[in-house]
Design a protein around this ligand. Structure first.
Ligand code: IMP
Length: 486
């Protein structure tokens, strides 16, 4: 088991910074090996979600659109369970399903096959985009006809299941797991099912199936109340359900298309630049995260391969970045992470960084960085780079605790394993790293501008995780970012 004491000595006693004090020697987006697609970057959540990926994607999309005239932002997983807020030109917009970058001239955003899409919520989001960007912007939002429908029937069924099941109670209530389960049961409704003339028959059959299942669970589908983008709504009778969907369908039809050919052409050319935007995070993955409070989509970089139907191999992507909060980790759900923080400090961070869910508004748990878990997550997704967000959440008199290894109660080393029962019993061991004044980072834009303790911290964490730093964010605005790109 790695305990990182050697690394700690190298950074904090011998003064090795592993180059993080300067810009990267080459541009990883342009200067690529054969077989790698230039100007391609993927960003996944490297912890438990809410790392601030949206802001990074938005900023990067603006930069690449400026340099190349256009950019594609492709989202590969999740649905209305995700949420991030984009701030620009005095507007503050919450997006859930539409990828970041939708407000950038020159950006084409794609909602990929790997997503599950809720029509009513999507209509509201698309209206926001059209209002702010003008009606012509419609041609810059592509919805893959193979993406799966996630309806109020799924939300109602999830609520009924939560009455008796153990795992999954921390879910966002957006019907995500039942919609993905439809794929495994081999009866999913896809966006293309909205395009056909007998759409009402297909979706009516789906309604009947879910009504039957709910009756079996002792619940009633039509009278069940489910979350909506604002507040709640009732699923309603079969007729009302189909009527509502009919109105949404009229708005959505122009966006739904077969994306496979244009996607193939764009990927095979050297331009435009591609940004793959992940939702959720590896710690929420059903195979690698803290099971059972996990999500149903594939939030790892591997999910890109499936969503693009085998077109994009993760190893062809020039930069495969995991996003992490730099000095702490947040988690929302029912999972109990080993590195829980003293509540006084957690509360201070929660208020400073507004750690409340964008989708559910729940207060997030705040925990110390857990290197055994984070290294495992970076490894299983083969992350090459790191994006460290919230670098400004650091206090000069409060050293930063980082868990470097686990033991059992008798002191024997233990690895991370993706299982809540197991993780409940591990004992975390920490190092205390010197901190810095987060408020004083405001004007930092280059690695040289960071104070020494921040450089040491980035060197320690990036070496421990085996990935190279790419960006660190120091505030919520578009340009409040330190970049290692030359
Ligand atoms: P589901 O994705 O709604 O099924 O929720 C499964 C788990 O993932 C729950 O613990 C949720 O709180 C968590 N989760 C889902 N989406 C997000 C997200 O965007 N950020 C943080 N946690 C999330």
């Amino acid at each position: 088991m790695i305990d990182y004491s050697d690394l700690h000595r190298q950074v904090y006693e011998q003064g090795h910074l592993f180059g993080v004090e300067q810009l990267l020697p080459r541009d990883p987006l342009r200067d690529v090996k054969p077989g790698v697609r230039p100007n391609s970057i993927a960003i996944e959540g490297g912890a438990f979600g809410d790392e601030g990926k949206g802001k990074c994607v938005d900023e990067l999309a603006a930069r690449l659109a400026r340099e190349h005239g256009k950019v594609i932002v492709y989202r590969w997983n999740g649905g209305a369970n995700a949420g991030h807020t984009v701030e620009f030109e005095g507007h503050r917009v919450a997006l859930h399903q539409v990828p970041s970058g939708a407000f950038i001239p020159g950006a084409t955003v794609i909602l990929g096959k790997g997503m599950v899409l809720h029509p009513a919520d999507l209509v509201t989001e698309l209206d926001q985009v059209a209002t702010l960007m003008g009606p012509d912007s419609r041609s810059n939002v592509w919805v893959d006809e193979m993406a799966v429908l996630c309806l109020d029937t799924h939300r109602a069924f999830e609520a009924a299941l939560n009455q008796w099941q153990e795992g999954g109670r921390g879910a966002t209530g957006r019907g995500i797991a039942p919609a993905y389960a439809d794929i495994v049961y081999r009866h999913p409704l896809r966006m293309r099912d909205l395009k056909v003339s007998d759409w009402q028959t297909r979706i009516g059959r789906h309604y009947d199936l879910y009504a039957g299942w709910m009756t079996g669970l002792g619940a009633n589908l039509s009278s069940t109340t489910v979350p909506a983008l604002q507040g709640t709504t009732q699923v309603g009778s079969r007729k009302a359900f189909l009527q509502n969907l009919g109105a949404q369908r009229n708005v959505l039809l122009p966006y739904i298309r077969d994306v496979s050919v244009p996607l193939h052409e764009a990927w095979m050319a050297a331009s435009p630049p591609f940004i793959f935007e992940g939702a959720q995070a590896v710690g929420l993955d059903a195979r690698f995260g803290v099971y059972p409070d996990v999500t149903a989509s594939d939030p790892t970089l591997g999910g890109i391969l499936a969503s693009t139907e085998g077109l994009v191999l993760p190893r062809q992507i020039a930069v495969r970045a995991a996003a992490l909060k730099a000095t702490y980790t947040s988690s929302v759900g029912t999972r109990r992470l080993p590195t829980r923080m003293d509540e006084e400090l957690a509360q201070r961070i929660r208020e400073a960084a507004q750690e409340y869910g964008t989708t559910t508004h729940r207060p997030r748990d705040i925990v110390h960085l857990d290197l055994p878990a984070l290294r495992f997550y970076a490894r299983v997704s083969d992350a090459s780079h790191l994006i460290l967000t919230h670098m400004d959440i650091a206090y000069p008199n409060e050293s930063i605790r980082v868990c470097t290894f686990y033991t059992d109660r008798r002191g024997n080393s233990l690895p991370y394993r993706p299982d809540q029962e197991y993780l409940k019993a591990v004992v975390p061991h920490y190092v205390e790293l010197p901190s810095w004044d987060g408020a004083a980072l405001r004007n930092a834009r280059k690695p040289q501008d960071l104070p020494l303790p921040a450089q040491q911290f980035v060197a320690f964490v990036s070496q421990a995780l085996g990935a190279t730093p790419l960006f660190a964010t120091i505030g919520p605005q578009r340009d409040e970012t330190v970049s290692w790109l030359p």
